[in-house]
Design a protein around this ligand. Structure first.
Ligand SMILES: *Cc1c(COP(=O)(O)O)cnc(C)c1O
Length: 436
């Protein structure tokens, strides 16, 4: 399989090169030249996430230098489960993607990316610095996946005071080759600094840089696997296709579900729940695509005004009317997020993080309108990561899962970074010492 750019301006590229590059040279996003087509029987006898991922991703790795390593990469990345659980309401389910080391779904994609990157040979013997701007969850997943990996250094930029206290603790708890930089600014400022560094040829000459953001193919492809596993197990058990509601920001998670469906997995409809950031809801309601500044909400990992995978959505559905007809999208504001967390706990004892609550609320609205079938909401983070929001609403503490407790018990250290490019380039050039 070869990969081309959504903008059509680059020649077909190998998977390894596309993963190493991140963005295509013409500024577009890498997409597969064709999509494989599966039937459920292709996965007969495969139940674990690693086994399903290895079969599903085989055509995407075909002909690449990493092809023979694929089963090992899947085994290394998929070390925790993605259980499909019933909800209290009939025919409603939740796919729990928060059982990884940092308690959010980004662990799946980032661990897979790290397992690929450490196997891709590099020209330079200098360490590769993975530069990442984060609104909370990505940075922690990258830190956890690359911590202690020789040949790599990680610099995480996050907006000081705008991530949850537990997210901040996580970002600074890895130490060693992972540096947490708290920026006196917004997430957009962090992202701007990272983009500027990545496009600074002069800086990159002496300091090899890489990225791990949500446009990376190495993150996107493996996320198909948990949709495949959930849909296959549901199909085996009930003979029905499973529909999904996905909490959505940059469209990385939802797009993986769409790709799995396009590749023939027994997935029915896919609905997208956003927070009060209305770029996608307005587009799907018929407006022109209009990226804008993000606004801060309780579901902070979805505070996105310009979804970075939008170009891939348009590649998959070039016709806007078809696209709008294919997916429903609903914006869930903070008041509805709060009410959902409070009510589901009061009525059923269920506890959700603010991101997951957007999907739960959207499904409730759809059910009230008479939508039928088996629907699965996607739980993107554990509620214990957002205890400051969740606990006052449910009136009791949220139990911290063991992996998260382990990180929170470690000491944490971050360093301040001014919101200007000279500060970042200075940091990257100063051979930053390993931290203890
Ligand atoms: C990143 C994130 C999202 C949004 O996922 P996208 O792939 O950007 O759409 C939703 N919920 C949580 C908890 C996240 O960390």
């Amino acid at each position: 399989m070869k990969y081309v750019s959504t903008r059509g301006g680059t020649r077909a590229t190998s998977l390894s090169d596309a993963i190493a590059a991140g963005l295509a040279p013409d500024g577009g996003l890498y997409v597969p030249q064709t999509l494989p087509r599966f039937v459920p029987d292709d996965f007969a006898g495969r139940e674990s996430l690693a086994d399903i991922a290895a079969r599903l991703l085989a055509p995407f790795f075909a002909g690449d230098a990493l092809e023979s390593e694929l089963p090992a990469i899947c085994a290394e990345a998929c070390t925790f489960a993605a259980p499909l659980q019933p909800l209290a309401t009939a025919n409603d389910f939740v796919l729990e993607l928060f059982h990884g080391p940092t308690a959010a779904f980004k662990d799946f994609g980032v661990r897979f990316l790290a397992a690929c990157m450490r196997r891709i040979p590099r020209a330079s013997s200098q360490p590769l610095t993975i530069l990442v701007a984060t609104s909370g969850d990505t940075g922690a997943a990258v830190g956890a996946a690359f911590a202690g990996l020789s040949g790599f250094r990680v610099a995480i930029l996050y907006p000081d005071g705008r991530v949850s206290p537990r997210q901040a603790h996580q970002l600074g708890c890895f130490g060693g080759n992972v540096h947490a930089l708290r920026v006196a600014g917004s997430f957009d400022d962090c992202q701007r600094l990272v983009k500027q560094a990545l496009s600074d040829a002069c800086l990159r000459e002496g300091n090899p840089l890489g990225s791990a953001n949500s446009i990376s193919l190495g993150r996107l492809l493996p996320q198909m696997a948990y949709y495949a596993q959930a849909a296959l197990s549901h199909h085996r058990a009930r003979g029905e296709t499973l529909n999904f509601v996905v909490p959505t920001g940059n469209l990385g998670n939802a797009l993986a579900g769409m790709l799995a469906r396009a590749a023939g997995l027994p997935i029915g409809r896919i609905a997208l729940a956003t927070n009060a950031n209305r770029t996608l809801p307005d587009f799907f309601a018929g407006d022109d695509y209009r990226p804008r500044d993000s606004i801060a909400t309780l579901a902070n990992a979805m505070d996105v005004g310009a979804p970075s995978n939008f170009e891939r959505l348009r590649w998959l559905y070039p016709d806007a009317d078809t696209l709008r007809h294919e997916f429903s999208v609903e914006a869930i504001d903070d008041a509805a997020i709060r009410a959902t967390i409070r009510d589901r706990h009061a009525r059923f004892g269920e506890v959700f993080c603010p991101h997951t609550a957007t999907a739960i609320r959207m499904l409730e609205t759809m059910r009230a309108k008479g939508v039928s079938g088996d629907w699965c909401t996607v739980a993107t983070a554990h509620p214990a990561k957002f205890e400051g929001i969740v606990e006052p609403l449910i009136g009791q503490p949220v139990t911290v899962p063991p992996a998260l407790a382990e990180l929170l018990a470690r000491p944490t250290h971050s360093q301040p970074l001014a919101t200007d490019y000279a500060a970042l380039s200075g940091f990257l050039e100063s051979d930053a010492p390993e931290q203890v």
